[in-house]
Design a protein around this ligand. Sequence first.
Ligand code: PMP
Length: 333
Amino acid sequence: MTIHNSTSELIGNTPLIKLNHVTDGIEATIAAKVEYFNPGGSAKDRIAERIIDAAERSGELKPGGVIVEPTSGNTGVGLALVAQQRGYRTIFTLPDKVSEAKRAVLRAYGAEVVVTPTDAGPDDPRSYYQVAERLARTIPGGYRPNQYDNPNGPLSHYHTTGPEIWQATDHKVTHFVAGIGTGGTISGTGRYLKEVSDGKVQVIGADPEGSIYSDPNDVHQYKIEGVGEDFYPKAFDRDLPDEIVQVTDAEAFEMTRRLAAEEGLLVGGSAGMAVVSALKYAREHELDADQTVVVLLPDSGRGYMEKIFNDDWMRANGFGDVVERTTRPSLAE
Ligand code: PMP
């Protein structure tokens, strides 16, 4: 009989699944590490657990403490999930552009949500960063994880994601591909895989067009969520990636829709982006059948039903051609 003590015990040990249908003409094995199998539905459960463990050990987080972080998505879910099991309150600040559905998810996990004006810049005392800072300072027992600076983010991937990939591939992984948001995933996993393979595993970053990581001279808005930045966070080890492959919104969203329709993987836009990078790299470098590329898919597509998987939203945002290419002909016509 196997009864787990809580959902926290199910964080990590996510499966590797071979991609079979979107890999046309590529001889190398392309294996997806599917992070939506974590209990909170994303890779961020991993960092939440380690960040909270470390804060308890250092005394920054005391019994009855309050975790305060500016986050609208996966990190909030991960923190709320781990925190509720240990009796901590969670407060998340988020800008009012974040959808009601996402706020509802955080509240459902028992978190308190503080909504701030989107048009307040980072230096404005009403911005979600500043409000989080103030709450963490003024609420008794307040603790601010700060995922962009916290070394336990990358460390969680060094200690879990990296070893899992190494073992699950029987040490045969030759390339690791991941998107870069805080940089925690690629830095921690990549460092482990480099160390254990004597530097042989190639680490490839996936980045939206418009983000600083692939082109610091052309930083602009883009639609892929959770990845890319306009500054360099401390959690990102800039020396680690061997290459960074740039992907457009349209390429990422087309692949995201194909992964659901052809591979049975309902994943988010940053996962589609990472797969596009992996395939571009494999084609460009003509990887052969001896190569095993592991590409990390950070979260589930459930959170994107109103966007990437909504044809009206796609058309309204200039992705009509993607809708045409990924829609099967209707039997009624
Ligand atoms: N994809 C999604 C959907 C995310 O929420 C994040 C985290 N910001 C990432 C990818 C990137 O992960 P990391 O922060 O570890 O670089």
